[in-house]
Design a binder for this molecule. Sequence first.
Ligand SMILES: Cc1ncc(COP(=O)(O)O)c(C=O)c1O
Length: 356
Amino acid sequence: MSDLLSLIRPEIRELSAYHVADAAGLVKLDAMENPYEWDMSLRNAWLEHLKSVNLNRYPHPHAPAVKAGLREVMDIPPGMEIMLGNGSDEILQILLMALARPGATVLAVEPCFVMYRFVARFAGMEYVGVPLNDDFSLHTEAVLAAIAVHRPAVIFLAEPNNPTGNKYDPQAVRAIIEASPGFVVLDEAYLPFTDGDAMPLLQVYPNVLVMRTLSKVGLAGLRLGFLVGRPDVLGELEKIRLPYNINILSQASAEFALAHYAVFQEQATRIRAERSRLFEGLSRLPGWSIFPSEANFILARTPGGQAKAIFAALKAKGILIKILDGAHPLLGDCLRFTVGLPEENDAVLKILQELS
Ligand SMILES: Cc1ncc(COP(=O)(O)O)c(C=O)c1O
């Protein structure tokens, strides 16, 4: 058996699998999901729509109806192509498989979405993480210096960033794009909760790619992410995408959901209002620092050394959040709260007030 395992690349054996916390029976405020469920009339209309799906057939390999729906509701510039992935995680995997060659480097600013580093490892690429400033703004000089040394094949910038919730100075982002010898992926997973977007940059900079997902707006269970970019670049990536990566139920459901996108936009507006309320409540906790957020979660720093105990106390009361203390040197004493339903946010604040 050990001989068989030795066939597996050492860098894979060194990794720990991506850990998803067991949320059974808990209020889930750990994974940036939209807490609002569909009302019965929408559910019934969706189920009606699914009646036309023939599971005996393979799905359409290019999902044209889904792409048309995305063009209806997103500001995708004319002339740009779309590639669909089973979540944006799969887009990362496809992109890095295409770029992986000996010595090729992925650069990201940290703390950031951990999958950039994970997938770089799977793909056998080098990974460089450049720390953000203490306030999570870009340390532009450090990034430019790292670009000059490592000449990365791709740079990832999430706007807004996970787990910090902020967006970056647009001038700094442009400077990084202009200095980059490779691709720059602007990851807009949290776009529904902020204003402005990166699509206009696609027409200015040929090395920019924009990645989005339907997960955070309210369709996490669907697993649909997408990449927007130049047709010649996406044409190459399409060669790696497996032909039926978006299954027939996902295609039909996405088509339906995109036709009802206003429902999700309205929910995102409510989540933004709840975010303000949660922010104000957290800000009143003595000794805490709360970081402004343009996403559907809030990063907060507890008084020194208390993060683990507070995480455990919330869990004991049935609420699961994300503990980030220890995940990165800049995240000491940090917890991340996904914005939940009003009553869930109230429950969080009540418990935290009692603990303070
Ligand atoms: C910045 C960022 N990008 C991408 C993703 C992945 O999204 P998906 O559900 O589409 O795989 C996440 C998920 O948390 C994220 O935080």
